[in-house]
Design a protein around this ligand. Structure first.
Ligand code: BES
Ligand code: ZN
Ligand code: ZN
Length: 458
């Protein structure tokens, strides 16, 4: 822009009302012949940077929020194409635009205006493109999570991902693998279970040990015989959020051609009550031979993950990260501020935390004390009980302690995403609905693992 134009525009802006607050936007009409409609957004202090107490980069968050607000305002005005200023960080601007404009309205007759976006006259088209790919990854997870359970069945989920990458196995293979814990969850449903396995080989060294990502894939969690109360049960269509974010992050890693090897596993099934369903008190056997007394059929996530984690060890992974909408207690503990991370590895924690500061999709470390292990290993009939003996106390921690019984790898992290599963208005650049969190953090984490050498130092 010419300097006289900037001066004139500053005058127009200052005389249009009070100074724009961070993340707020204002529309101007007819100020430029090529841009009949211009949304000006408040970015706050550009020098804000990484904030030690918030555990994120405030400047990046402000850009995401502001660009999202501006794009949405223009969308409401039925503007079909928006050129976006890079705001000094084109990746964050692209994320704000693509995340902010996403809306799941496939099943509505009246749809929102389809808006295309483009970076406005900036050199950083690489940053912009990266931001678009990161956001599209999260939007894929949001789509899978938001879609109703009668559309995204285990088979439909696997087919959707298969179109993009994968390989999947059906009941006979699951039985052959002796995944008794996974099968016990799927038994009450008419929908067949599916075990989804994705391999992305991006490392120049094909023998490089893979990063293993495991996602809980309950396409609907009614609670089973331990039936959940009806209010909000519909939200349990997103109980495959772990599988959705894991698969979406692998699709994104492939789009970015990250030089890492990644294997994704997703045990997919419904948790339903029926005459064939698992009953409270039943004892089942996991793939590693451990027996589990299922005292509450609603604590099903840890059962499907137990078998997937056992199977995952056979790939000799460099690190294992499992992601799951595992416990309501996680939501009680942290709400939607951050994903809870339970890990046996300080190194893995640091990598995940570092990635989350960049993406703004935060993580917070939670304990893996023996204190909790004792509460799940004290079972009347079996080696383990699927619920802690003091029922609700420390529910997120006892669930993590249960999973740990199926892990022998030195670098393992369990991400409980129950609290961040959906968004009301807490994250300003995501509309209300299923959040797709923490897909971008997983992608950033995987990107940080290359070059491969860093890990072997530990
Ligand atoms: N899928 C739920 C956890 C959940 C709750 C996720 C709310 C997202 C939002 C999980 O399978 C479950 O029901 N867990 C039980 C465990 C309990 C029976 C020990 C829970 O949290 O109540
Ligand atoms: Zn459940
Ligand atoms: Zn569940």
């Amino acid at each position: 822009m010419h300097s006289w134009l900037i001066n004139w525009f500053c005058y127009v802006l200052s005389s249009s009302g009070p100074a724009l607050k961070t993340g707020k936007s204002r529309i101007f009409y007819g100020i430029h012949k090529d841009f009949p409609c211009v949304a000006v957004v408040g970015l706050g202090k550009t020098s804000a940077g990484v904030c030690g107490s918030e555990n994120w980069d405030t400047s990046k968050e402000n850009i995401r929020q502001a660009v999202s607000a501006g794009c949405r305002l223009l969308q409401d005005l039925e503007v079909k194409h928006v050129e976006v200023d890079g705001c000094g960080d084109a990746q964050s601007a692209a994320e704000g635009a693509a995340l902010g404009l996403f809306q799941y309205d496939q099943l509505k007759s009246k749809k929102k205006t389809k808006v295309t976006t483009q970076l406005h006259r900036s050199a950083d088209s690489v940053g912009w493109q990266k931001g678009v790919v990161y956001a599209e990854g999260q939007n894929l997870a949001r789509l899978l999570m938001e879609a109703p359970a009668n559309h995204i069945t285990p088979t439909a989920f696997a087919n959707t991902i298969e179109e993009k990458l994968a390989l999947h196995a059906e009941r006979a293979w699951i039985e052959e693998q002796q995944m008794g814990a996974f099968l016990s969850v799927s038994k009450g449903s008419e929908e067949p279970p599916v075990f989804l396995e994705l391999h992305y080989n991006g490392s120049p060294d094909s023998k490089q040990a893979p990063l293993l990502l495991v996602g809980k894939g309950i396409t609907f969690d009614s609670g089973g015989i331990s039936l959940k109360p009806s209010p909000s049960m519909d939200a349990m269509r997103a109980d495959m959020g772990g599988a959705a974010t894991v698969c979406a992050s692998i699709v994104t890693a492939a789009a970015l051609k990250l030089p890492v090897n990644i294997i994704g596993l997703a045990p997919l099934c419904e948790n339903m009550p029926s005459g064939k369903a698992t009953k409270p008190g039943d004892v089942v056997m996991a793939r590693n031979g451990k027996t589990i007394q299922v005292d509450n059929t609603d604590a099903e996530g840890r059962l499907v993950l137990a078998d997937a984690l056992c199977y995952g060890h056979s790939f000799n992974p460099r690190a294992i990260v499992n992601v799951a909408t595992l416990t309501g207690a996680m939501d009680v503990a942290l709400g939607s501020a951050a994903t809870g991370v339970f890990t046996n590895s300080d190194w893995l924690w640091e990598q995940l935390h570092k990635a989350s500061v960049v993406t703004g999709d935060r993580v917070w470390r939670m304990p893996l004390f023996q204190h909790y292990t004792r509460q799940v290993t004290d079972s009347q009939l079996a080696d383990l009980n699927n619920i802690g003996k003091y029922s609700r106390s420390g529910g997120a921690c006892t669930a993590a302690a249960f999973l740990r019984e199926f892990v022998t790898a030195p670098h393992w992290a369990h991400l409980d995403i129950a609290g961040v599963m959906s968004n009301k208005d807490e994250v300003p650049y995501l509309r209300k609905g299923m959040s797709g969190r923490p897909t971008r953090t997983l992608v950033e984490f995987a990107a940080g693992l290359s070059p491969a050498t860093k890990l072997e130092a530990h």
